[in-house]
Write a protein of this length. Structure first.
Length: 522
């Protein structure tokens, strides 16, 4: 890559020296135990030595970047690059350890090893130079730079998503700074991936047309289906802290706790709804390195359906395939591998990965009130959080979060689009037909009742509906029992904030392209 980013190269050189020096200190200090989980030494001296050797090589290359020659035959470094090979080996070894533990029990050393090796990989890739104009045409050079940029971003995003950016000295903070420097130092990084024109020459910059996902128009408001609201949730203007605390203290009854309520006007001044509009694809692309940032997404109707799964994808590809693509036609779902799929960025800590978007929203003051415990099951209460837990929910029409309950109080803030939400009181828990363990995963917070199927809005996709299948429950008897359970429901509009009390079962359905943020607190 061209050397027009001295600040980023210097930042990388310092990281490589740090990693080398830390490894040398560990190898030269016999008092540091191989079993110390809080240091990279816990991964064992052979791996520490291997990491040190690669850090030394990367440090040398970055100290004299002119010694790094053109990429081999216009390709990214791979089999012929021993440093890259060894770093990939270290990353692979660290990743295999992720499967040996529950993630919460994973020794920190493996997360740090994965992250430090990824940082070195990023630095090494950055040191590569592109072919000059005499050995490559404009199209080839641009295509190679785009491939290298995508690989740089992917390397650090995997360290964030899979390893949580482990490490106290570098880790997540180093990665965020590196990505910011990358975006500001490379002109290509701020745009969506550049296409070639009909002659094979690169266009000067991507064409932003109002009819494409890159354009300045907001997301589509196509709404293929609108469920009826029969038992509307109370809707009020934004409440004072004192009024909201009073609401929390006034239980509907001893088995339900406080009532759900919709508050309006809370987000009117948020940048996400004003100066930095999340309903504009162009803005979201600008905050994700032109759509190159990786995100984990779910595909399938809901997480309890057959065919459901998870993948990593670039943000731009997610927009093109699952948001813009389906809505360019009749609003049907995207086709992947010959099958129709809905894609959903669901319950993802997006703002930890993309702090630029975190600046566009504010934690509501209500999250610092003192809510009551679970009204019926003290075992559901969790240790008090230091800060609210934030999660993003972004997808096209038809996304579904099945009927379930959470161990925290929740403020669900609707920023873009519309969603249907149905809630059942904790006093109805016995009638929710909670699931048990499924394939070794505890699912008791999720109901067997499929609201969409039982209401006739959706067709069932589960083999459990087949007569004689394990766990089969008569669809007709389930429908009859379900019809008599009281509930509350609503359609959330942009700017609405729904308070979902702890213990309330809730079903959520995207009606249009929708972007929501949940704030869990206790």
């Amino acid at each position: 890559m061209s050397h027009e980013q001295p600040e980023l190269l210097g930042f990388c050189a310092e990281a490589a020296r740090q990693i080398r020096d830390e490894c040398e200190m560990i190898l030269g200090n016999s008092t540091i135990s191989d079993n110390n989980e809080m240091e990279i030494s816990g991964c064992g001296q052979p791996l520490v030595k291997l990491l040190k050797e690669q850090a030394s090589q990367v440090s040398k290359i970055l100290s004299s970047p002119q010694s790094s020659g053109p990429l081999n035959n216009g390709q990214l470094p791979s089999k012929t690059d021993l440093v890259l090979q060894r770093l990939d080996d270290i990353i692979s070894i660290a990743y295999t350890k992720f499967y040996a533990y529950l993630y919460k029990d994973l020794p920190v050393c493996w997360r740090q090893l994965y992250t430090d090796a990824s940082i070195l990989r990023f630095c090494h890739l950055l040191s590569q130079t592109l072919p000059d104009e005499t050995s490559a045409g404009p199209a080839e050079k641009l295509q190679l730079e785009e491939s290298l940029l995508a690989e740089l971003v992917k390397t650090l995003d995997l360290a964030l998503i899979l390893a949580g950016g482990g490490g106290r000295l570098r880790g997540r903070r180093w990665i965020q700074v590196a990505l910011d420097l990358l975006q500001h130092s490379l002109p290509l990084a701020g745009n969506s991936p550049t296409a070639l024109d009909d002659s094979g020459r690169p266009s000067k910059r991507p064409r932003l047309d109002d009819e494409t996902i890159d354009g300045s128009t907001p997301f589509s408001k196509i709404e293929p289906f609108t469920p009826p609201v029969k038992q509307p949730i109370t809707r009020v203007p934004a409440m004072s802290m004192e009024s909201f605390q009073k609401h929390l203290s006034q239980a509907l009854d001893t088995e339900s706790g406080p009532a759900p309520i919709i508050m309006t006007g809370i987000t009117d001044e948020w940048p996400a709804r004003t100066t930095n509009p999340w309903n504009q694809p162009r803005y979201l692309l600008s905050q994700t390195l032109g759509g190159r940032r990786l995100i984990p997404f779910e595909f399938g109707r809901s997480y309890v359906d057959d065919g459901w799964g998870q993948k990593l994808i670039t943000f731009g590809e997610f927009l093109q395939t699952y948001i813009d693509g389906p809505l360019a036609g009749d609003g049907t779902t995207a086709e992947v591998d010959g099958r129709q799929h809905i894609g959903y960025l669901a319950q993802h800590p997006l703002f930890t990965q993309l702090p630029a978007l975190r600046k566009d929203i504010f934690i509501p003051d209500y999250c610092y009130t003192a809510p009551p415990p679970h009204p019926t099951d003290p075992e559901m209460d969790q240790p008090e959080l230091d800060e609210p837990l934030l999660n993003a929910w972004f997808g096209p029409p038809g996304t579904i979060t099945p009927l379930h309950t959470d161990p925290y109080h929740n403020l669900l803030v609707q920023i873009v689009g519309r969603k249907y939400v149905r809630l059942y009181s904790p006093r109805e828990t016995a009638r929710m037909q909670a699931r048990g363990k499924e394939n070794g995963i505890e699912m008791s917070n999720t109901s067997l009742l499929d609201v969409g199927v039982l209401e006739g809005w959706d067709q069932s996709t589960s083999h459990d509906d087949d007569a004689g299948s394990p766990g089969h429950v008569s669809a007709e008897s389930m429908r009859e029992a379900f019809a008599n359970v009281p509930y509350k429901d609503c359609i959330l509009e942009p700017g609405d904030t729904l308070y979902i009390p702890i213990g309330w079962w809730h079903y959520v359905r995207g009606l249009t392209v929708s972007f929501s943020v949940s704030f869990w607190w206790n």
